[in-house]
Design a protein around this ligand. Structure first.
Ligand code: HEM
Length: 340
């Protein structure tokens, strides 16, 4: 049994400037001190290295095994259809994501829990259509966040968007495939290899910038805040729109709306002119605790797909991002696939 020491520390985020001045008091447990300095509480978890490495290895193996089941079914379909197939990937990716989280957290699998996941997805659809004015919604969204927004829908949706963008940008697809083959050879990726997949990491980061599955983070004002003349009273809930911040040309430059993974080549802090303008996993004390798992999952799934298949966007693909608590492709992502 792992022994965890959870430390609560205070992190000095420095003097606020520009957007920081407006937004930081709204984030996390960050509050503006009398000196104008921002303080936020940060949680650090310390655990024995060896144990963590074993868990990480087991987790990567589990993701590889689950992904291979999905890829075998794509392979069978391709063979039966003469080597080229149009595959709508979203439902398969959702099942895969549900499978991984079920095995990892509950020792079960997607097939056993399918009915529960189907019902949860129905709830998600209803909630996204009647967003305003349901009594108790505030509490419902927190429950839902922990189930969908948290684990199942977010990672699957992010994978769909990554595949859509790689299908659209063949130069990046070739570059990332070449990297995967150089780093992994013909072996499935392991934890050490994942660290060396730099271009793939950049593609995932850029995808999460342009299509963040979670559309906003929610915070409650701890005190009355005057935001450039707009008074936000203590106790009010505020939605901070992630896509607007992540695609603001003032922060990201004139190509803010373009797919350009190169912007992350020197890391997140160098990608824009304000480090906290990249928040696909939220920010502050309530930042997504599953972000590392999500990144590992995305890297493993995408590298295995890239090793085995070449793909482009099907002419039947219709670009229509839709809000259903997560931002997902309304009509799905349809890929024209061939085996390598
Ligand atoms: C690409 C995948 C994912 C994205 C984009 C994402 C994004 C987010 C965002 C934006 C938040 C709100 C953070 C904030 O309020 O500052 C959140 C919260 C959360 N996420 Fe994720 N998430 C992902 C995957 C996961 C996974 C795989 C897990 C668990 C295995 C997970 C577990 C959670 C939990 C439990 C919370 C609530 C944290 C809290 O309220 O303290 N997420 N996520």
């Amino acid at each position: 049994m792992v022994k965890q020491i959870i430390m609560y520390t205070s992190l000095n985020l420095g003097k606020p400037s520009y957007l920081a001045k407006d937004m930081r008091p709204l984030f996390g447990q960050g509050i503006l001190s009398s000196s104008g300095t921002i303080w936020a509480h940060q949680r650090k978890i310390i655990a024995p290295e060896l144990y963590l490495n074993k868990v990480k290895k087991a987790m990567v193996n589990l993701i590889v095994d689950s992904t291979n089941i999905m890829l075998r079914s794509w392979d069978t379909r391709l063979q039966s259809e003469g080597g080229v197939s149009e595959i709508k990937v979203d439902e398969d990716l959702r099942s895969l994501s549900a499978d991984i989280i079920s095995i990892a957290c509950f020792g079960s699998n997607y097939v056993e829990g399918k009915e529960i996941f189907t019902k949860l997805r129905d709830v998600q659809r209803v909630l996204s259509t009647i967003y305003a004015g349901i009594p108790g919604f505030r509490f419902m969204i927190y429950n839902c966040k922990n189930i969908f927004f948290a684990e199942y829908e977010t990672t699957a949706t992010a994978t769909s968007w990554c595949l859509m963008l790689l299908a659209l940008h063949q130069d990046w697809q070739d570059r990332v495939r070449a990297e995967v083959l150089e780093v992994c050879g013909s072996d499935p990726p392991n934890a050490d290899m994942l660290r060396n997949l730099k271009a793939l990491n950049m593609v995932i980061q850029e995808t999460l910038r342009l299509y963040p599955p979670a559309p906003y983070v929610v915070r409650e004002a701890y005190q009355n805040i005057n935001l450039k003349g707009i008074v936000i009273p203590k106790g009010m809930n505020i939605q901070i729109p992630i896509p607007l911040i992540q695609q603001n040309p003032k922060l990201w430059g004139p190509d803010a709306h373009k797919f350009n993974p190169e912007r992350f080549s020197k890391g997140v802090s160098e990608a824009s002119n304000f480090s906290q303008s990249y928040i696909p996993f939220g920010i502050g004390a309530r930042i997504c605790p599953g972000q590392n798992l999500a990144m590992v999952e995305l890297k493993v799934i995408l590298s295995l797909i890239l090793m085995k298949f070449r793909f482009s966007l099907s002419p039947s693909y219709c670009h229509s991002p839709a809000f259903r608590l997560v931002i997902e492709p309304d009509q799905g992502v349809v890929l024209k696939m061939t085996t390598i």
